[in-house]
Design a protein around this ligand. Structure first.
Ligand SMILES: [Zn+2]
Length: 129
């Protein structure tokens, strides 16, 4: 596999991009564990496309131990910088925990319940002591 410089990578990423209905930039090149992957001269080894995108367009340090994560409902193959954020390992874990909690909350409370809660809060039944 050829090693690519930063300039090469920028060109290749944009060439191998397929934009879907969510605005995801889907990588059409080779994949590893469902993630886009490309050889990077800077590292001397392959790297995920989302990390490379963060490096090219988000001032991300390619050597950083931080993770490049995808926002909710985003495809693993996506490398749209608007859909990526930099996080730590624990951010990533907390994030998926928060997503699960939010999903559960949505099931528990419908919109009517939320209106009811707001009414209770406004009426001062709770809180005032
Ligand atoms: Zn996306």
């Amino acid at each position: 596999m050829r090693k690519h410089t930063k300039e090469d990578l920028e060109r290749i990423l944009l060439l191998r991009r397929e934009i879907d209905e969510n605005g995801c930039w889907l990588w059409t090149g080779s994949l590893r564990y469902g993630y886009g992957q490309i050889m990077v001269a800077e590292l001397g080894r392959p790297c995920t496309v989302s990390r490379v995108a963060a490096w090219l367009w988000m001032d991300f340090d390619l050597h950083s131990k931080l993770l490049v994560c995808h926002i909710d409902d985003c495809n693993r193959r996506c490398f749209n910088p608007d859909h990526l954020y930099v996080g730590t390992m624990s951010d990533n874990a907390q994030d998926s925990w928060r997503k699960r909690q939010n999903a559960r909350r949505r099931e528990t409370f419908g919109t009517e319940d939320r209106g009811e809660i707001r009414r209770i809060l406004r009426s001062g039944v709770l809180g005032d002591k």
